[in-house]
Ligand binder design. Structure first.
Ligand code: TGC
Ligand code: FAD
Length: 398
């Protein structure tokens, strides 16, 4: 199924009030403009139709591979982009400017599938999977959350037993982005001693199914599902040997949460830009609504929050490049960006009046998407508690 192209021109202009472009290299700007052009051509003309029809456009996977959206920081010898974290952030910002569900597809593939295979995998696993994941020939997913364990993944029940020549995997994962279409799943499960390990499970392995989750009012252009393991025989060479314990999946989440910090601001920029343009075009009481103080207040506050978040993200990117960014610094940025984006989506929708509730404009879709973004990769409150634990030294999770 391919949704019809919308009859509109994507006039998006990115706000850069503090001349942040001065902090970017020519390569960064080139990467950003190539992904922005890609989004204008391949995503925004179709996205309202996909979201309305709850359709995941499978053909986007190869296209993302071609534009370099998968695993930008993975070394080029494995098919990745060999780029820095500012480049990665800019790519996520541009893709989520188009749609959070599209960014989900890209960030799961890059940060949650390619990163663990690169960082914790054997050389054979890297060679076998990474080039195909980078090119979009293969799609992956990441299974951490379970029906009974969301915010507390350490309680997971999914487990595997050593059967001598293979592992036997049992359990279930829930809310897994890409799962219904994924060729492989990086699955986190406990061994007989209760230690968490990562396993690569391939579609087609007996006893492995990926039922789709229906009825979502959010991320409707992204596919979400379960991972069900019923006595799945996993070859021993599919265990990720490089790292185990909860720190292994959490290390992947640090990368993905960083990408979300940039991505959510992309969605915010789209809403702001639409509201700015609408405020100049829409006439009420004989004047553009942008001439009224209350509308200017909304726009000014949006731009202020976007600019603050852009600066935070850029500095975080520099710290990521130096290997100095802490989990709590990443939590602050993810939490801040999503809150900023949700508030801006709501304010921008108000500026569009009744038109703001239609698919003619992007705010309602962004707003509904962001309700997932504020929940996944650690809920808003879990990130607050991560910061609270950092400040006080006292974890308040349990
Ligand atoms: P806690 O006792 O704090 O830690 C247990 C062990 O894990 C280590 N660790 C980390 N290591 C590296 N990086 C991190 N970010 C780490 N966070 C924790 C920690 O050092 C410790 O290691 P060790 O060796 O001492 O055992 O763990 P806890 O059980 O109290 O939980 C802490 C908590 C709540 C902060 C954490 O579990 C959490 O962040 N929960 C949220 C769960 C979450 O984010 N799930 C995301 C699922 S994936 C997803 O949503 C993908 S959506 C993708 C998309 O579509 O874009
Ligand atoms: P719960 O953990 O049950 O939380 C419910 C509420 O309780 C929240 O408000 C939470 O903040 C609060 N709460 C929980 N514990 C505490 C506490 N200690 N103190 C205070 N408040 C607390 N997971 C994956 O593994 N892979 C994926 O690809 C993936 N994709 C997703 C895609 C979508 C569209 C969605 C919606 C989720 C996805 N997730 C994925 C799962 C996501 O990470 C979880 O939904 C999230 O971690 C929260 O878990 P939960 O839904 O079980 O909520």
């Amino acid at each position: 199924m391919s949704a019809e192209k919308r009859n509109f021109v994507d006039e998006f202009e990115s706000p850069d009030f503090y001349a942040l472009d001065d902090l970017l290299t020519d390569e960064h700007k080139l990467i950003r403009s190539s992904v922005r052009d890609f989004v204008k051509k391949e995503i925004t003309p179709f996205i309202e139709g996909w979201a309305e029809k709850n359709h995941f456009p499978e053909e986007i996977v190869k296209k993302f591979g071609e534009v370099g959206a998968f695993g930008p920081t993975v070394p080029a010898e494995y098919g990745g982009g060999g780029l820095d974290y500012i480049s990665y952030g800019l790519i996520m910002q541009e893709v989520e400017r188009g749609d959070s569900g599209m960014r989900s597809t890209a960030s799961v593939q890059g940060s949650l599938v390619m990163y663990p295979i690169y960082a914790y995998g054997s050389e054979e696993q890297r060679k076998k999977y990474l080039p195909k994941l980078a090119s979009g020939e293969m799609l992956g997913c990441f299974g951490l959350t379970e029906p009974n364990h969301g915010s507390n993944p350490s309680g997971m029940e999914t487990n595997f037993k050593d059967m001598g020549d293979h592992y036997l995997l049992n359990g279930a994962k829930m809310w897994i982005s890409n799962s219904p279409k994924a060729d492989i799943a990086v699955v986190w499960a406990k061994n007989e001693e209760g230690r968490i390990h990562g396993l690569i499970v391939e579609r087609g392995m007996e006893g492995f199914t990926t039922p789709e989750t229906h009825g979502k009012w959010s991320l409707r252009a992204s596919c979400t599902g379960e991972l069900v393991f019923s006595d799945v025989k996993v070859p021993k060479e599919n265990l990720l040997p490089g790292k185990n314990g909860l720190g292994a999946p959490m290390g992947c989440l640090d990368k993905a949460r960083y990408g979300i910090a940039w991505g959510a601001i992309g969605a915010a920029m789209d809403c702001y830009d639409s509201a700015r343009r609408y405020s100049l075009e829409r006439i009420q009481f004989g004047k553009p609504i942008g001439s009224f103080q209350l509308v200017q207040k909304k726009l000014s506050e949006m731009l202020t929050e976007i600019t603050k978040a852009q600066l935070l993200n850029w500095k975080l990117g520099k710290m990521m490049d130096e290997g100095k960014a802490s989990t709590s610094q990443i939590s602050m940025a993810k939490r801040n960006s999503v809150e900023v984006a949700l508030n801006i989506a709501r304010e921008a929708r108000q500026i569009h009046g009744g038109m703001g509730i239609t698919g003619e404009y992007p705010m309602m879709r962004h707003m509904m998407n962001l309700e997932s973004v504020v929940t996944y990769e650690g809920t808003h409150d879990i990130h607050l508690l991560i910061l609270g634990a950092e400040i006080t030294g006292i974890p308040a999770f349990k």
